[in-house]
Ligand binder design. Structure first.
Ligand code: TRP
Length: 466
């Protein structure tokens, strides 16, 4: 094995870093709203099924490709002797690049709110929407000025990422996750206790444990599948990079199950925090998802809850850690690719790529702030369209790049490199791979068909499933 290549120093370090990649904004701010819309308990059940049948096999596949090849996302396919499949890595890197552009800016807004709750919570309570608008540079009378607050905080957020990446895999990424992830779990538990002890929280809790099959629909199932992929960081080949830093003695299948379990647990916990808290304070119909919910509606929740300001700060610190550890993994995937493929130096590569992604992200924030920048999109329902630039970025990654890259990984592992190679990669140093037959069937037939369906619906039906 290449001695000069970076490696995780311990199993725990790797697990926390991979869990840190998976656990992100997707779990804490997207998941609760989706779980609510999808019918509560029944959605949790479907989601769990998606993680088990599709999430675990795909994550295991990406990690195995990485560890077997000991290379970055693009180099991996070449090293395994299938140069023609490098496109899968390219799609992954492109997806990671676009996601980082906007993820880092949303991370910046989160950072803004940590400061906001700590220093001027009454101003947020007084006018939650106005405060959010002011962050984005929008005046109350709908006129737009430059969103410098959002951009400043995004720059700060990006700089934090760069500092960790420059320090390297072991003393940067691993060390940061070893602090950030336990902190995240502690905050989650504190918030859970706070939420569930609010008067009126039982109703929300009951909803999250209800199994109303009437809410079941095809759309819900597909939405759960897309959410599972996004949440587990699948389909961007980032896990190939993280897997490549793993020693051969590690049990990949066990680690995969553990990482998926942690990610799912955090998503569920976030659901059990947010939904009951909103039920108890604002009422059921205020549960929502996305930016408006995370930054605007939640203000009312914290305002009404005893000790709300402290819990507000804690909540945004939680989001911040989640966003940072995910963003770090995205950037590491890109930096590993650039340094290995082109022989560039790590520090300079990190600084330049972070700067470029930050600048492109500014366009995202500016469009959120109502500057009329347009992107381009094509699907069978609307034909050629010019959605706002920020939406176009998300369409490209969620509707196109993630499913294509995931499909590429499945086809590669199922039909080209073959499930036997994945199994052989797992079964080294006395490790046993329990359900290898099931894995082979899933990766060859079932997962590719499900992803094809997602792709067809997003191109033909103009739908987003992540
Ligand atoms: N999983 C992250 C979240 O839940 C976001 C994400 C999607 C991601 N794809 C990724 C992170 C790839 C790292 C790599 O928010």
């Amino acid at each position: 094995m290449d001695k000069s290549r970076a490696q995780w120093s311990s199993r725990l370090g790797f697990i926390l870093a991979a869990a840190g990649s998976a656990i992100g904004l997707g779990n804490i701010w997207k998941f609760p709203g989706r779980a609510y819309e999808g019918g509560g308990g029944i959605y949790l059940l479907i989601y769990l099924g998606m993680v088990i049948f599709f999430g675990i096999p795909l994550m295991l596949t990406e990690l195995s490709i990485g560890r077997a090849s000991q290379a970055n996302v693009v180099g991996a396919f070449r090293k395994l002797g299938h140069r023609r499949w490098s496109w899968v890595g390219w799609v992954g890197v492109l997806g990671a690049f676009i996601i980082t552009c906007y993820y880092s800016h949303v991370g910046g807004w989160v950072l803004r709110y940590v400061f906001g709750y700590a220093m001027e919570a009454p101003a947020i309570y007084a006018d939650p929407l106005g405060y959010f608008y002011a962050t984005l540079g929008l005046g109350a009378d709908e006129n737009t000025f430059f969103p410098w607050v959002a951009i400043l905080f995004a720059a700060l957020f990006m700089a934090l990422n760069a500092v960790v990446i420059i320090r390297g895999v072991e003393s940067g990424i691993e060390r940061f996750n070893k602090i950030g992830m336990p902190a995240l779990f502690v905050i989650l538990v504190i918030l859970l206790v706070r939420s569930l002890t609010l008067p009126g929280a039982e109703e929300g809790l009951r909803y999250m444990l209800s199994f109303d099959t009437g809410k079941l629909s095809f759309d819900t199932v597909l939405s759960a599948l897309g959410q599972a992929f996004y949440s587990l960081s699948i389909g961007m080949a980032i896990l190939i990079t993280y897997g490549s830093y793993l020693p051969k003695t590690e049990d990949l299948s066990k680690n995969t199950v553990l990482i998926c379990a942690m990610d799912t647990m955090v998503a569920f916990l976030a659901g059990f925090i947010i939904v009951p808290a909103v039920f108890a304070t604002l009422g059921a119909d205020h549960v929502g998802k996305g930016g408006g919910f995370a930054f605007v509606s939640l203000a009312g929740v914290f305002e009404k809850m005893p000790g709300g300001r402290l819990f507000g700060v804690l909540f945004y610190v939680l989001l911040l850690f989640a966003a940072l550890t995910s963003c770090i993994s995205l950037i590491e995937g890109i930096v590993a690719f650039l340094t290995e493929q082109f022989g560039w130096e790590r520090k300079r590569t990190t600084i330049v790529s972070c700067a470029v992604m930050f600048l492109i992200g500014c366009l995202y924030t500016c469009t959120q702030a109502a500057y009329p920048l347009k992107g381009i999109w094509l699907d069978a329902v609307n034909g050629l369209s010019f959605p706002p630039f920020c939406d176009a970025m998300e369409y490209f990654t969620d509707r196109l790049l993630i499913p294509i890259c995931a499909l590429g990984c499945c086809l590669f592992a199922g039909w080209v490199w073959k499930p036997e190679s994945v199994i052989a990669e797992v079964e080294q140093h006395g490790v046993r791979f329990g359900l290898k037959r099931v894995y082979a069937v899933l990766i060859r037939y079932i997962a590719p068909l499900a992803i094809l369906l997602i792709l067809a619906l997003s191109i033909l039906g103009g739908k987003t499933f992540s």
